[in-house]
Design a protein around this ligand. Structure first.
Ligand SMILES: C[C@H](O)[C@@H](O)[C@@H](O)[C@H](O)C(=O)O
Ligand SMILES: [Mg+2]
Length: 441
């Protein structure tokens, strides 16, 4: 051991370097994940490892659907650079300040702010810091956050643009009101789990026969809520909806997802037609940025609910969607918003506005990450399961060291330390684009 190594040994645990990986899965071959807007996605992770000297590494990612993943990787490198040399205890001591450090660099901020590729990159890095924190404490992230005192939890959120809708002191009071049943709710989650719905059977690129057989398999597995894709040809949408409704019967829940393909009036007209299949919600009926458009659609299609969020790029957008009565269902995404801190801000606002949070998941790694936040929502924030279901998609879980587990249509609590996002080393290697053996051959 040389003298340099001796000095390094005595340094407090710190982030020594990072590595970024462009990992892509060729899901377009089977049209898994296909919808009216995203016709042939290759589910991809822009994946980062924060390498810690003297502690556990942190793994994180953001999600894309293929081309452009390399742009996220470049942005992740720019953001992760801000952390090199930082002592991990310092980062953990004030995770609210750490969030601001990662999202608030005065030069990088210009490329957002808080939106687009730079915010996806911030999500990847913040998810990695939370993974590192969970592993450092030996706890799964959901338990770590749900176990926080109200003021600590509220201090995670950047309130600058949110406090006109919900002030931090009111948020603390609301969490204090919920504190009494926390233990019981934690126990309930560990025994029963969190209710879920499946999208696996309803992708747009699947044949009618494939949809029918997947629906039957999902029914046999105990699922009660099903999402299908719409937004293609209206006749095709109606035919597929009729098949699905006849398979699941009148009492189970059917959700529809148009993935932004309609204009505002078109959404209203088309949902008038699809209403005969009794959808519970219509998701992304139009542009994710059109707050007033969503409000108009929501008024016109009620009692069908309007859901959105997988492309809602920050908490400020969610605030306005809520203030404008534009959404009935809030679909936060753990790779679109910048990690648990920002999601928590949205969950706290949703609780105040009495809007159920039914997160977006699926893709690759999204279920692994977001499940933690749904457990937090029920245990500590909303204390409510009414009208709440967390998305589940049955693809690519076996690439993770701590994959999600579901039973009878419920997510079971992860028990391993961290954020469940660590991918198997050989999966990273094989699926790295374009050099991994899956892509090179
Ligand atoms: C391209 C993706 O698979 C989307 O279709 C998917 O995220 C979808 O919108 C969903 O709600 O699961
Ligand atoms: Mg969707």
């Amino acid at each position: 051991m040389d003298s340099h190594a001796k000095i390094e040994d005595k340094m407090p645990a710190h982030i020594a370097r990072y590595s970024v990986h462009d990992v892509r899965f060729p899901t377009s071959h089977s049209l898994d994940g296909s919808d009216a807007m995203n016709k042939a996605p290759d589910y991809s992770a822009a994946y980062v490892v924060l390498h810690v000297d003297g502690g556990a590494n942190g793994h994180g990612m953001t999600f894309t659907i293929g081309r452009g993943n390399e742009i996220c990787c470049a942005a992740i490198a720019a953001v992760a650079d801000l952390l090199v040399g930082r002592e991990i205890e310092g980062l953990f001591a004030d995770m609210g300040a750490t969030w601001k450090l990662i999202t608030g660099d005065s030069q990088l901020r210009w490329t957002g702010p808080e939106k687009g590729v730079i915010h996806l990159a911030a999500a990847a890095v913040i998810n990695a810091v939370w993974d590192m924190y969970g592993k450092h404490l030996g706890q799964p992230v959901w338990r770590l956050i749900a176990g926080m005192a109200p003021d600590e939890m509220v201090s995670l959120v950047d309130w600058r643009y949110l406090s006109d809708a919900l002030s931090p002191s009111e948020a603390i009071e609301r969490l204090q009101d919920r504190a009494s049943g926390k233990e019981a709710r934690m126990l309930e989650m560990e025994t029963t789990g969190y209710p879920a719905y499946t999208t696996s059977a309803g992708w747009l690129g699947y044949s009618d026969d494939k949809i029918r057989s997947l629906m039957r398999a999902a029914l046999a597995d105990g699922w009660t809520h099903f999402k299908m894709k719409v937004g293609g040809n209206l006749e095709d949408d109606s035919r597929r909806a009729a098949i699905i409704r006849s398979e699941i019967g009148p009492d189970r829940f059917l959700m529809m997802d148009a993935n932004q393909v309609w204009g505002v009036q078109e959404a209203i007209t088309n949902m008038d037609r699809l209403a005969e299949f009794d959808p519970w919600w219509i998701e992304e009926p139009t542009s994710p940025d059109d707050i007033l458009g969503h409000a108009r659609i929501a008024r016109a299609v009620a009692p069908i609910k309007v859901a959105t969020g997988e492309h809602c790029h920050n908490a400020v957008m969610f605030k306005q969607l809520m203030q404008a009565n534009a959404i009935d269902v809030c679909q936060v995404d753990s790779c679109r918003l910048a990690g648990p801190n920002e999601i928590l801000g949205v969950m706290l606002m949703a609780d105040k506005f009495d809007i159920p949070v039914c997160p977006h998941a699926g893709g690759v790694g999204l279920c692994e990450l977001i499940q933690h936040m749904s457990f937090v929502d029920y245990i500590a924030v909303s204390g409510n399961l009414e009208n709440r279901v967390l998305e589940y998609v049955d693809h690519l879980h076996d690439h993770f060291l701590d994959p999600v587990r579901t039973k009878n249509g419920y997510y079971l609590t992860p028990q391993k330390p961290g954020f469940s996002v660590e991918m198997k080393a050989d999966s990273i290697e094989s699926y790295t684009f374009p050099t991994g053996n899956v892509w090179a051959s």
